[in-house]
Write a protein that binds this ligand. Structure first.
Ligand SMILES: [Zn+2]
Length: 562
């Protein structure tokens, strides 16, 4: 099972592309293929579209050959870019591209020169007709060079689907280097963001190489302020046999709590994929060191054409087991894993004293709240202390407002408007207060643009997001009932309802017919009294209990009425 994902990825790709027939291409060079650039490698603004094949001895002039029968469909000469390049269209649906050439084969070269003289221009882009230069598999077409935007003699080699322009990893078609070395994880940085994605914290995280392929953190656990707003920037690369060049990695899997949430698999690419490359490149690092680090976000994934699996990460508690698997095409694998933990109780306390005058309305603004005191809220001038606190409780960030002293009775309700800096809330966001160790509901946000609550006495108010459904516990052991017996359950929610409008909603059915459950809030009990008109027999009992934030629980059983 170890390499399941890799194997899966390749098999699916080959099936979808070739219907199990892999074309019989021959390599474009006669010497051993050693790469100085791999397919899909992150480059500034784009993914590398092909393989960079090194020269045999570090100098220009190695012979280049057509990988298959076909015809020269494009000849391009330019001072930058691909320099001297040839495109050969093959009858099997592919086009191969050979770039940065020193020179073309004699006939192609003289034809190109004629065109340059005719157009009075060095830069030419010619599409010869299909009978002009036909080539056989293995035919000599030019010499390896360093023309255009190239920094050392090499062949930039691509294979494209002629019709769709899909770029294909030549390694999947058998143009392979030797590679027995697993990918390397070199260094790691942590970034933490505020609600507007500004970096508010940056830290180098020391890593430890335990073996050829196993990496760990020097400290086991990585602490972050919030699991929702960080990213990791990792310098990673693959080295192949016989060269020190740092190449890209073929497959990058991100695994959280044993769930694969992202698998980037460089079998093929589309030109449009480059639109999303900013999601993968640490631009800050790039600007300061010119090194391209791979950026891992766990909450946001870009839908690249080569993303083989995208799952949303669901945060369940304050810790997450994080793992990255790096796999090269020859299935050499490296990984790093560690625990990421949200920091405990990060308090941010802003104390403020206010004098509230009785004969005028007052508005107090804190970081995330606006609090409105209406005229005549107090009988006379009142000094109050009001402060905001931010902390992590169970698994979520809580904003809260504290009042001192605790006034039991206000003449008018105080209105609290919640307007967090990140502007994120919804119907699951709610206000509550603490009473004898239990959170009680004050009210929900009205929509995802308005979040307002009224309080009738000074209580400390907490804003949380409730995604926890109520619990349903049956109060019976056996499922046989006589008529007029009661079928009883205890229903509880994490936020206790305090008003009529906040009662839990109960939907009970017997064989899909709605039945009445009586609800007693004191004891948290609901009861259905078996109707005396029911026929004896088995009945499906379905119960659904929903809280004010829309979280539901269901309970299903079959009861026998005798
Ligand atoms: Zn290249």
């Amino acid at each position: 099972v170890k390499y399941f994902f890799t194997a899966y990825c390749q098999i699916i790709f080959i099936w979808s592309l070739f219907g199990q027939i892999i074309p019989d291409f021959s390599p474009p060079v006669k010497h051993n293929i050693v790469l100085s650039g791999s397919f899909g490698e992150l480059r500034l603004g784009h993914f590398h579209a092909g393989l960079d094949i090194k020269s045999r001895r570090g100098v220009q002039g190695d012979s280049i050959f057509s990988i298959y029968d076909g015809y020269v469909s494009r000849i391009k000469v330019e001072p930058g870019g691909y320099g001297n390049s040839l495109y050969i269209t093959h009858p099997n649906g592919y086009t191969s591209v050979y770039a940065h050439l020193k020179s073309f084969e004699k006939e192609i070269a003289s034809y190109t020169k004629q065109n340059q003289l005719h157009e009075n221009c060095f830069t030419v882009d010619i599409n010869p007709n299909r009978n002009r230069f036909t080539v056989k598999k293995g035919a000599f077409i030019g010499l390896m060079g360093n023309s255009g935007k190239s920094f050392g003699p090499h062949l930039h080699f691509e294979i494209r689907h002629t019709k769709s322009d899909l770029l294909i990893n030549p390694i999947t078609l058998g143009i392979k280097p030797t590679d027995t070395r697993p990918p390397i994880i070199n260094s790691m940085l942590l970034y933490e963001y505020d609600g507007l994605m500004n970096i508010v914290h940056e830290e180098e995280i020391p890593i430890n190489k335990r073996s050829q392929s196993v990496y760990k953190l020097v400290r086991d656990t990585l602490h972050v302020k919030s699991l929702d707003s960080f990213s990791l920037s990792i310098k990673l690369f693959d080295r192949m046999n016989g060269a020190s060049n740092k190449n890209g990695v073929y497959q990058i899997n991100t695994i959280l709590n044993d769930t694969l949430i992202s698998s980037l698999c460089f079998d093929s690419l589309r030109f449009e994929d480059s639109n999303g490359i900013a999601f993968l490149i640490d631009q800050k690092r790039m600007n300061s060191t010119r090194s391209i680090n791979h950026l891992f976000h766990i909450t946001a994934q870009y839908p690249f054409s080569f993303s083989k699996s995208i799952q949303k990460f669901l945060k369940k508690d304050r810790h997450v087991e994080f793992r990255i698997d790096l796999i090269d095409y020859m299935l050499n694998k490296s990984s790093i894993d560690f625990v990421i933990s949200e920091k405990n109780k990060v308090h941010k306390k802003i104390h403020s004293n206010y004098i509230i005058a009785p004969n005028t309305a007052s508005l107090v603004n804190t970081q995330n709240f606006s609090i409105l005191f209406k005229r005549n809220t107090f009988q006379e001038k009142q000094g109050i202390v009001l402060y905001e606190k931010e902390f992590v409780h169970v698994d979520q960030l809580v904003h809260s407002i504290y009042f001192e002293p605790k006034y039991q009775n206000l003449n008018k309700p105080v209105e609290i408007l919640y307007s967090p800096q990140n502007k994120i809330f919804n119907r699951q966001t709610c206000f509550s207060y603490l009473d004898k160790g239990k959170y009680k509901l004050i009210g929900n946000c009205q929509s995802d643009s308005i979040c307002l609550a009224k309080i009738y006495n000074f209580q400390n108010v907490f804003v949380t997001t409730d995604s926890i459904p109520p619990t349903i516990t049956p109060l019976f052991k056996n499922t046989i009932f006589r008529t007029n017996n009661s079928v009883r359950f205890i229903i509880k929610d994490n936020l206790e309802p305090t008003r009529k409008s906040q009662y839990l909603k109960i939907n009970g059915t017997l064989n899909n017919t709605w039945v009445l459950f009586e609800y007693d809030l004191k004891t948290n009990t609901i009861a259905y009294k078996v109707d005396k008109n029911l026929k004896k027999g088995d009945y499906d009992l379905n119960l659904q209990v929903t809280d004010n934030q829309g979280n539901s629980s269901c309970y299903f059983t079959t009861i026998k009425i005798i």
